[in-house]
Design a protein around this ligand. Sequence first.
Ligand SMILES: *Cc1c(COP(=O)(O)O)cnc(C)c1O
Length: 388
Amino acid sequence: MHDLTRCVQHPAVSQDGFKSLAVPTHRASTIVYDDPRDFARRAERGLDGYTYGLHGTPTTRILEAQLTALHGGARTMLVPSGQAAVAITMLAVLKPGDKVLIPDHVYPPVRSLCAGFLAERGIAHDVYDPLIGGGIADLIDASTRLIWLESPGSGTMEVQDVPAIARAAQARGVLTGCDNTWASPLLFKPLAHGVDVAVEALTKYVGGHSDLLLGSITVNDFGLRKALKDVLGVLGIGVSPDEAALALRGIETMGVRMAHSGRVAREFAERLQDAPAVARVLHPALPSCPGHEVFLRDFKGASAVFSLVIKPEFTARITPALGHLSLFAIGASWGGTHSLIAPMDVAADRTVRPWSPAEGLVRLSIGLEEPGELWEDLSRFLAALDAS
Ligand SMILES: *Cc1c(COP(=O)(O)O)cnc(C)c1O
């Protein structure tokens, strides 16, 4: 063999006796076939067959199968981000003339997707009160095709009555999709509560280290799965096996990370109720959080993200006070090992459940730092808020 050929042809080595606990990272654009007849018949391999790297490799399939098992669904599909998971679900389900209902506390880019991109393509949306429960039935009309849920909601943390909304939707033949990023399937399984599609930003707790972007869509129905696969195929959307490999590493420690951070977050949330600048703590495990009773009924526990409502007279000091933090980093995309804090402009995103523009809101995500040192850091922020 010529050296140039040798550079291209990888020698076969024995894999006998090699067994590792890690999932191999299989990279591929081309999938090769042993025989031209197999190649000609590749479409017959079905939705799970290997035909082209874009449509999956054993690495991505393993993560998909793991998420499917955790959700108790029929099939999971990986997509490049949490936002892509929401957008692709809506694109697969909604056609011109259809309407989607979204909760007022929805992850803000989803509201933009509906108000802009989907509206321009003849798909309507209505915004509903996240605490509407079974009352959603009154908002369903002949054009309603999908009801979107997110529980608890981004920033303001209202816990939705997912089973009641799913029942009302089912009774009218309307599909439901739920963004389950906050809970992960360890704390809440939307499909077990009657939802048709569960989406998650794996970017957050599954990845767990603030270094990857990935999303998942889990369905309980093979028809939906075909519709989603078709959209992924024609839009040319697939994910890198390297991102999947990082997520496969992250998911192994997700349980202990979430249990630890969840415990610390809960303790901090309780203590923060006494801070003079804090009007309310929005943590689903506390009675001050809207939907608290639903949380107790439906969730196995709380993750490590919650919010503080800051009293109007202290809001002007939020920005300078954040400068007193040294362990908490300022930023979005929570769920990693580093604790984060982010001021959020809620009023601008509310149309159904008004939010007083005078009140401030900061969202916290507790990481894995030593809790005593984290509390000291937070105390400096609270003291600075108070120093007026
Ligand atoms: C972060 C987040 C998303 C988007 O995830 P990306 O992977 O960053 O696109 C969607 N929904 C919720 C609730 C989120 O917190």
